[in-house]
Structures are given as C-alpha cells and as structure tokens.
Write a protein that binds this ligand. Sequence first.
Ligand code: GLC
Length: 740
Amino acid sequence: MNFVSKYCKIASCLSLIVLLLNCENKDSKKSDSNVSDFNQIEAKIDSIIPLLTLEEKVAMCHAQSKFSTKGVERLGIPEIWMADGPHGVRAEVSWDDWAYAGWTNDSITAFPALTCLASTFNPELANKYGFSLGEEARYRKKDIILGPGVNIYRTPMNGRNFEYMGEDPFLTSTMVVPYVKGLQSTGVAACIKHFALNNQERWRDKVDVYVSDRALHEIYLPAFKAVVTEADVWAIMGAYNKFRGQYTTHHELLTKKILKGDWEYDGVVVSDWSSAHTTDEAAYFGLDLEMGTGTDGLGLTTANHYSQYYLATPFLEKLKSGEIPESVVDEKVRRILRLMYRTNMSENRPVGRANTKAHQDVARKIATEGIVLLKNDNNFFPIEDKKELTIAVIGENATRSMTAGGGSSELKPKFEISPLQGLQERYKNATITHALGYHSGKSIYDEIVPSTYNADSLKLEAIQVAKEADIVLFVGGLTKSHLQDCEGDDRRQYKLPFGQEELLSAVKAVNKKVGFVLVTGNAVEMEWLNQVDGVIQTWYLGSMAGHAIADVISGDVNPSGKLPFSFPKKLEDNAAMSFGETSYPGVDMKQEYKEDILVGYRWHDTKNIESQYAFGYGMSYTYFKFDNVSVDKESYIKDEKIKISCQVSNTGNREGAEVVQIYIGKSDSKVKRALKELKGFSKVNLEQGKSETIEVSIDVNKLAFYDESISDWNLEKGDYNIYVGNASNNIFETLKINIK
Ligand code: GLC
C-alpha cells in the first residue's frame, strides 16, 4: 500500500474514532464542562484501552521501522513518527536501515549546536530555538524530535559534548526548560536525552558507571528533573550505558523509582536505538517504546525483525501466559496515547513551516550571541572592511561543512554558509584570499581515510598566501568525523589534530598578525595561544555559520557569549582525567566518577587549578563596570527567595551585552562542597554610557545539598557566600548571608 492510500485509510478511520470520542466527549462536556484538558484526555484514553486487543497494545510499544511505531489502523489511531535531532530535523531515513531515503524535499534549517545555545546564557533565545525547530518538525510531519541532549560535560574527550549544554547543571536546566516549552508549543514532543550518565561515547553501550547518589542528584539528574517538573516534557530517551550494573534504559532506580515515582513523570520513555536488553526489565522498570533493537546501530536487520523486539513477541507471550499482568502493557499504552493526544491526535495542533527567514534569523541570532571572544590583544578584532586590506583565510574549517557528520545530529540543510563565504560576502572592500592549509582526510564510519592531499604543498601554499596578506584568520579546530566531535566514540587527543599547530607556527613566521577562529564543540589544548593576537570560539553554527562569524569579526555584532565549560590547560587538569583510567574511560567496562560532585569549574576552583579559559568567561568589544552589589536581607529561611541586585554600566564606546553570574558556596559546610556553584545569572544589553540595575532571585531551597544519609535534599543552616561576577574566575563582589 503506498503512502497516499495508507494515509487516506488512516484519515478515514481517524474521523471515525474522533466521531466516536466526540459524541462521548459531548456527554462528558454536558456533564462537567470545566473538566481539565488532562482529565478529558484521560477519559478518552480510558475508553480506548478496552477496545484494543493484546496484540494491538504490544505492537504500540515497539518500532515498526527505523523511526516509527504502529498505531491501530482499525480504530484510526495513527502511527508515531520521530526524527533526530537536537539541532534540526534530520533528513528522512529509510524504513528499515540507516541509509538516507534520498528525498528531495527534506532539507531544513540547521540551527547552531547546543553548546552555542548554552553560551548565549539567554533563555529567551532557547525558547525561540525550540519553537523554530518544532515548526520544522511539524512541517516534516514528525511527532517526536529526538532531542535535546543534556548530558553533562565531564571530560573534553567525549565525542558528543558539542550536542549538549556544558558542565553546569544549573545553566543546562535554565536553558533547556524554555527550549522544551518552545518546541512542545508546536505540537511536537521533545525527547530529552540520554537518561542517564551517558557522559562519553567510548564503549557507550557497555560501560557500567558508578557514581555517588549525591553527584547523581546534584550534577547528572537536575536537567532531566527540570524538564519533567518545569517543562512537562512528553518523552525521555534512555541511555546505552549501565549504572551500578543495570542498563539505564530500563533501570529500577532511575526510570522506575526516580523518574516515574519521585518525579511523577507522565510521559513516554523511549529507548535509545538498541539500548533495550531484556523483556522483564523493559516491562517492569519503565520502558514504554522500544526502538532500534538488534541493529548494530549501522544496519544488520533480519526478516520479521520487529517481532523479535523485547517488547514484541516475547512480551506478548508473557502477557498471554499471565506471567506479566495486562496492567503492565496498559500503563505503557496509556502513556503512548497521552503522547498522541498531545501531538498527532491533538485537535488544535499548529501547522508547520520550514526554511523560513524567521528560522534563519533565529539561527543567526543564536549563532552570533553564542560566539565567545576568548582573546583580543591589540584589538585584533573587530577587523575593519577597508580597500587596502588583504585578509588571508587559512584552514580547512573555513570551507568544511559542519552540519554534516557528528552522528545522529547530522543535518541536510537547505544551505550552509561557510566561514569563508560569510567573510567574502561581508568584506566588500578588503581582499579576501584563501588557502586550505591542512586537510583532515575523511572518515567513513569507523575508519579514517587519510588525506590524499600533499601536506607539504598545502603548507607552502598557505605560507605564500599568508606572506602576501596584512592579516591572517586561521580557521581551524576539530571536525565532525570519527574520533573528533562525533557520536559513537571519543577523541583520542586533546591537541588540535591534522598538524594545525605546526602550520600555525609556519604562518606566524611570515605574518605577525594572526587571529584564530576556533570551530569546535569541545575544549582543545592551546599551547599555541601566544602565537595569536585574537581567538574566537565559534562552535558548530549551522546554516548561518559564515554570516554569524562575519557579523562578529566585522564588529557588526558585539560578541557576548560565555563558555559553558572550562578549557583546562592540560588534559590532566580536568577532574575526570586526573583520576586515571578507572575514572575515564573505565577499566574492563567498569567506570567510577571519582571526581564526584567536583565537575568542571567546581574542580578548578576547589583544587585551585587555573584553567586556560574558565566556565562563564567571554570578552566583549566594549567594557563594563559593576557597582552597588547587594542582597535584600541578611538572613533567610526555607522557601524564601534571595534577591541579589547589581548595577552594570557600559563604559566602552559601543553597545554590548554582559552576563552577571551568581555563585553560592558554604565554606564551613559539614559536608564536602565545591567552593562555589552557579545558582543564577542575568544577561543585560546596554548602549554605550548606559547603566542598568539587574536583579537575580534565587530560591533558598536551591542551596540544599543532596544528603545521602536521608536520601533527600538537606538545607544546611548557617552562613553562605554569594559570589557575584562575570565569569567563574572573575568574582568582583562576595557577600555573606545566613540561612536560619
Ligand atoms: C543514536 C543516538 C540517539 C539518537 C538515536 C536515533 O544512537 O544515541 O541520540 O537519537 O540513536 O538516531
């Protein structure tokens, strides 16, 4: 049956089921018109479940294809269609293998990677991001977008850090909640991932993570809890790895007790692709939708493959024999139908649109606001566009596509403006020259095909171009290929790859004025820093990358991004890496997060290890002054809010934005604590010469630590320090308060 006739068939059945329910709905409306939407949906679900056969219920709990699950055609209940990913709607994948379907109408807007969104420290932009992505998913008829990913940045080696929102649970939570709200307002479910403790790609489907309850609750779970309790997320994806010996996708403590018990999550738990491993655990520990089982992630499917899923025939047989009570599958079906009423069976679902100027403007705005100015000696940036100027653009990342690759988050954008193209279009008077400089070769899945280019001739050409230019922009960094910023495995080195450091030295030898445009989703070693006057961290910026980079380099936009993770000087300065193999990547598939709660800047601050660049750091083309820092009271009790205010003044000669960050610590705590932890921030835009007083309010309850002795949060009484700054390593005021 082709797609059209199938679609018409479902549409006619759908009208039947809606008719049925509406007449019933009228009755319920007659009786109690103020019934909340939720109760009405529950009533409809109550009326559907008895109509379903056991076979139909079980069929709804697992994939029918790579990215879809069965509905109940007989009753007009539609299929659920899902697509990656966190940065845009992935190109259509084939029904039953990982190959792309080759459609010609599935190009979309590629939004910046989530590390860039986190760097904006701007929750309103996060909401626009989610909304725009949701509209494109609606347009592509997807009911679930498989993202955002919020796994915490624990080590610079993790291949997927670029997809996530950095090392701090408060920043990640504050940015992901509006993203999910925006996305779900378009009638598409977000699917927050990967729940939980998937903090590396190396052996991701086998490694068994051990970490304390305290670090679990204070570092690794907060973002998931935030989207459940504050954004009402409709789907969550389990992770591949184990935790304390059990697979996290159907985990008694994580998915059953904490997620569906303590947090009262009412949505669907989706497996990662082939992250389900047993029928009983999947049945009893909270997995609702099993996807991708039996494939090695890259193919290898067999005939009637889907009936062999753990939640398929094996599950059906246990239900029929009575070994597993029918209530177990009913609970799964209830959650799946609830997701349908929120998406493809919702009566007032908005329409979708893709590749609009509005979406491209959002992508460009997030990109320009997420770029971080790391170094700017001799006011290297911004670079004025003037006739007599020649700018040499050198490096593979000036022209390499950064929306392709990286794994499941890769995209097929309608267009992608490269850094070189963006600069060429913006600089109408100056002369822009270019040399590839170095070439990374290419990787086809797990093997690297070395470059066919001759490295020496590339270098000579780059040196020649640099010699003849006034200024050099070295556009380097990492790629989205295997062992780089890419899903499926981790980086193997902290240094810049492909001979970039040697090339940089050679270029510097012939031209003193060099700026580095760093295109990565991760920290890198920066031994080369003293060779360049300026560095901008530009992330993977999506469709509008080149325009955004040119906006900042030319000064059209004043950068205001702040790092969402620390750049350690040396790899062993990073917490996870400093504890050896057991801590990362694990020994014999067993891993222990020995740094515990001291992740990222928490480690650098507490152990007094200076980072190359600190969490929360980012420069501007203008300057700011901070005065009159104060709190509204000296002592507080639980459930109150602490109000911190600070006057910010723009003392430079152009407009700009600054992020005031509030960290809180307790130096005399009875338990081990980080020196300080981010608990609030506020971004303020100021014209030159202008001042504004910002106010940040912090729930006193958020100062509690997770107390393992009571398995609950504990708000310790006594004195606390409030650190007010514009970077984790630049605190300009410390105040004391007391919790009674
Ligand atoms: C991948 C990823 C997950 C993605 C899924 C579908 O293995 O881990 O993030 O959504 O499979 O492609």
